[in-house]
Ligand binder design. Structure first.
Ligand SMILES: Cc1cc2nc3c(=O)[nH]c(=O)nc-3n(C[C@H](O)[C@H](O)[C@H](O)COP(=O)(O)OP(=O)(O)OC[C@H]3O[C@@H](n4cnc5c(N)ncnc54)[C@H](O)[C@@H]3O)c2cc1C
Length: 375
């Protein structure tokens, strides 16, 4: 029987899976190398609670996001907030798909939106715009929530260096566990085939006072899709936004995590300045008022673990190797999918499979001689 479960990593995945297993009565220990949960990718991203609008080229990612969003709202209602005006716009020239196709894909995926003629700030060179219900994640609230709920199960400031496989258990740092969940987003075990690391840079900006035209409403979230485009998105701090760019956010490709960390940790101020110029130039093509509305604050550096491919697969998968589950997360809304896969593996291992030796089906077929009416 499974009772003791170790988890490596207290990102969104390790925290959610750990809390769910704990509430089900398992004895859970979560090892996190940093002094607080959600310190790496989970605390350094665009903080968008996706609904699927970002992924017109990948069906499974859209469907996982759509369903994950609903479940996130049910389970963690206080860990995200509404974005009053959340616009997706399809550029006339640079998008990989046209606006009618984009709309059709979202409609056929059952993702709700409202078409709008304009945003509250000028957005130019676009074929069409929609208003969506995507939200912003409240990261500090989430840190406090998980730190409180997981008290007694979280081992912070502890880098896991030793994993030993034995017939009856898996030893993590010398302690025996029935199962191990590797929620390090590919930092701990070898990456599955077809994945790579991508060190990234996003830029933080603060608003320059009144930002949205004649009104005092907050600057909208604007995301340009689909392809090598860019977006400006709010954070939990109403005056701070992130600027992200498909061509300029990646800092390279790495096949081992140590190299990805070296690239992330050696970003120079010259590189930040070059990225800033390139990203501001790109967003200003569509949002001509960007520089008047925002002041640069600083970079955000992180590492993504991504599958190879140009159709933008960000779906979540869980791989089982013996007593170890490796979680390959794409985005935050798919935490529920990962948990369900793990639970399903655990349930299967707790039940004996019933395999009938010979089919008794013939005994259930009515004897033709017993039937009195004509067939
Ligand atoms: C630039 C960028 C923008 C993104 N934007 C969004 C977005 O807007 N919306 C969205 O949903 N997703 C977004 N993502 C993806 C999202 O950040 C990830 O899907 C999510 O954070 C992954 O969570 P995780 O728990 O799997 O990994 P992580 O948050 O990376 O957590 C893994 C944890 O494991 C710990 N760890 C690793 N090795 C060890 C060890 N040996 N011992 C102890 N601890 C260890 C790490 O310290 C870390 O805390 C973005 C990602 C990036 C990089």
């Amino acid at each position: 029987m499974v009772s003791r479960i170790a988890i490596i990593g207290a990102g969104w995945y390790g925290c959610h899976i750990g809390l769910s297993l704990k509430l089900l009565g398992f004895d859970v220990t979560i090892f996190e190398q940093h002094a607080r949960p959600l310190h790496e990718a989970s605390g350094n991203n665009q903080f968008r609670l996706h609904l699927g609008f970002h992924y017109p080229r990948h069906h499974q990612t859209r469907v996982q996001s759509r369903d994950g969003f609903m479940r996130f709202m049910e389970r963690y209602p206080y860990l995200s907030r509404e974005v009053a005006e959340n616009i997706y716009a399809v550029p006339s020239v640079e998008s990989l798909i046209d606006f009618p196709t984009y709309r059709l894909i979202m409609t056929s995926s059952g993702i709700d939106y409202r078409e709008v003629l304009a945003a509250s700030v000028p957005v130019i060179e676009v074929m069409g715009l929609i208003q969506t219900g995507e939200r912003v994640l409240l990261i500090e609230q989430a840190r406090r929530y998980f730190a409180g709920q997981l008290a007694g199960s979280l081992v912070l400031g502890h880098h896991v260096g030793s994993i030993e496989h034995e017939p009856g258990c898996v030893r993590v740092e010398g302690m025996p566990f029935d199962l191990l969940v590797d929620a390090s987003w590919g930092q701990q075990s070898a990456l599955p085939a077809g994945f790579f690391y991508e060190p990234t840079i996003l830029l933080y900006y603060e608003t320059r006072g009144e930002t949205s035209g004649a009104t005092d409403q907050p600057f909208p979230a604007i995301t340009l899709v689909d392809g090598p485009l860019c977006s400006v998105y709010p954070t939990e701090d109403p005056s701070i936004y992130t600027l992200s760019s498909v061509p300029h956010t990646p800092l390279g490709v790495a096949t081992d995590p140590a190299r990805a960390r070296r690239v992330r940790d050696s970003v120079s101020s010259d590189l930040v300045q070059a990225k800033r110029l390139a990203m501001e130039a790109q967003i200003s093509r569509y949002l001509p008022g960007f520089r008047q509305s925002f002041r640069f604050v600083g970079p955000q550096l992180a590492i993504k673990t991504k599958p190879v491919g140009s159709f933008d697969d960000r779906s979540c998968s869980v791989i089982r190797r013996g007593r170890v589950f490796q979680v390959m997360s794409g985005k935050i809304d798919t935490i529920f999918f990962a948990m369900e896969r793990i639970l399903s593996f655990i349930e299967a291992s707790q039940t004996d499979a019933v395999v009938p030796l010979q089919s008794p089906l013939r005994q259930d077929i009515i004897d033709r001689g017993m039937i009195t009416h004509a067939l």
